[in-house]
Design a protein around this ligand. Structure first.
Ligand code: HQG
Length: 179
């Protein structure tokens, strides 16, 4: 597959594993896993295609692991809108984390903080370059916010880190955001 085909297939896989498994006839288990053989059939792809997307993925969006009974399974590392329990354990965050977004969203973010929207968590990046890449997806001017994660943790907010290094938390109130 060329790069464009890889991205296209990865988006289709994300849709099935994060947002709409029923549309392709799949049911995720409580942890978000689905057997690889079922997934290949549902997507109409080969194991080679799957391995190419999983291994070549710029953000390590997928995990393939052997589960109970030696059955190989796949899940998305993060980003779900369907209810799944990723089984993540709370982690102590670094003192600051970053969030990349569109500049147009700033007034609203300053008023209400960062909300998780349709996803399970607010997604935060460990460095500004990653945050900038996330914000660039929105088109238009990018804003990179600094989140006072250490202060948040000391105030009782819980943080998780996904299998691919994305920091997750329920919400970021405006007082913990610096422009
Ligand atoms: C914004 C991608 C106005 C928030 C990325 C963001 C990430 C507000 C958008 C992952 C707001 C939600 C997640 C408020 C938050 N007012 N706008 N109060 N609070 N927002 O896509 O963080 O490619 O759900 O700033 O790389 O952009 O899918 O979240 O712009 O890791 O693997 O609402 O998605 O990963 O957008 O991105 P999203 P996100 P994947």
């Amino acid at each position: 597959m060329d790069h464009q085909q890889l991205v296209k297939l990865s988006k289709r896989m994300s849709k099935a594993l994060r947002h709409d498994p029923a549309r392709v006839g799949l049911t995720l288990d409580a942890g978000g896993w689905v057997p690889v053989d079922q997934f290949l059939t549902a997507m109409g792809i080969t194991r080679t295609d799957l391995d190419e997307v999983v291994a070549g993925n710029d953000k390590q969006r997928y995990a393939v692991r052997t589960g109970p009974g030696g059955v190989e399974r796949i899940r998305a590392n993060q980003g779900h809108s369907v209810p799944v329990d990723l089984g993540l354990t709370p982690q102590e965050p670094p003192e600051v984390l970053f969030h990349g977004t569109g500049a147009a969203a700033l007034p609203s973010i300053q008023a209400t903080g960062l909300n998780r929207g349709g996803r399970h968590h607010v997604h935060l990046s460990p460095d500004t370059a990653t945050a900038r890449r996330v914000g660039t997806r929105r088109g238009g001017a990018v804003a990179v916010l600094t989140v006072l994660a250490g202060q948040m943790a000391r105030a009782g907010h819980v943080f998780y880190v996904s299998g691919n290094g994305v920091w997750l938390t329920d919400e970021v109130p405006p007082e913990f955001i610096r422009l």
